[in-house]
Design a protein around this ligand. Structure first.
Ligand SMILES: [Zn+2]
Length: 237
């Protein structure tokens, strides 16, 4: 309560003063990252720049599947249902043409459906609408990180098969690794109705199940649980 009181007073004292653009919304020791549409900035505190997200001695695939996908995720927030409402200067002004918004709604409606179909606790489903922005950012962020991995690897890349795994397998395995997270049942039931992020396990599986490169990496066939059918497969960005 004392911390809440302190933080409230700290925020209220800002009213009427010029904005401090150097201020961060997270502490350095927070394992998280964010996109701030008001300044069109992405922020990565020191604590997320360590394993499993980032390791200077790890192979490219591991880093692109970890921090690379997180960086992609934060960038994509500028292009999700919220970020589209802010222009390049951070002003509240929608910069999309009506046709952009229509196409976007049609594709994101499928993503809402996908996450609505996940049962997190007996009888309790994930809320696809509440978690939409985060799920758009995961799908687009993972896709752009994969493209970046291929660019970084170069055209004449030869897969070294690290620990018996291909580069693509290691990319997706670290994406899953960064989502190892647990909650008590009570905390989970609160989060299902308040958290704009889907439970971690659904984030680990949700985006890759839309990506044909995931299926190819692990030899999945049509009809397998991690392969969405062609008419269900979603690619937004
Ligand atoms: Zn996010």
């Amino acid at each position: 309560m004392a911390v809440a009181k302190y933080n409230h007073a700290y925020d209220m004292a800002k009213i009427g003063k010029p904005k401090d653009k150097s201020e961060w919304g997270m502490t350095p020791q927070t394992v998280n990252a964010y996109y701030n549409p008001l300044q069109n900035e992405i922020v990565f505190p020191a604590a997320i720049l360590q394993p499993p997200f980032f390791d200077p001695s790890a192979d490219l695939a591991t880093n692109y599947g970890g921090i690379g996908a997180v960086i992609g995720h934060e960038m994509l927030h500028g292009y999700d249902d919220q970020g589209s409402r802010f222009d390049a200067k951070g002003s509240f002004a929608n910069w999309w043409q009506p046709a952009d918004a229509e196409g976007f709604s049609a594709k994101t409606a499928m993503l809402v459906e996908q996450f609505n179909s996940y049962e997190a606790q007996p009888g309790k489903m994930v809320n696809g609408k509440l978690t939409l922005g985060e799920n758009i950012a995961d799908l687009g962020g993972l896709t752009v990180a994969y493209d970046a991995l291929k660019l970084a690897s170069g055209a004449d890349f030869k897969d070294p098969m690290t620990d018996g795994m291909t580069q693509d397998q290691r990319f997706f395995i670290n994406w899953a690794t960064v989502w190892r997270r647990g909650f008590t049942d009570k905390e989970m039931s609160v989060r299902l109705v308040t958290d704009s992020h889907a439970p971690a396990g659904f984030r680990a599986n949700g985006a890759p199940s839309n990506m044909p490169i995931f299926a190819a990496a692990f030899g999945c066939k049509a009809g397998d649980p991690m392969v969405r059918s062609d008419d269900q497969r979603i690619a937004i960005w």
